[in-house]
Design a protein around this ligand. Structure first.
Ligand SMILES: [Zn+2]
Length: 45
């Protein structure tokens, strides 16, 4: 099951089974927290 993850540093949103080890946008390690679908869609706006 895929989930949404939000980078707390740069607001990047990742959709997948697991969060990236390193954020591709800000290159911070372990910066992702799991969020709900509604929260993830809010970050896109
Ligand atoms: Zn980031």
């Amino acid at each position: 099951m895929k989930r949404y993850f939000h980078c707390t540093v740069c607001d990047d949103v990742h959709y997948g089974e697991n969060p990236p080890e390193i954020c591709p946008t800000c290159e911070t390690m372990s910066s992702y927290v799991e969020v709900t679908k509604d929260e993830a869609e809010g970050y896109f706006l």
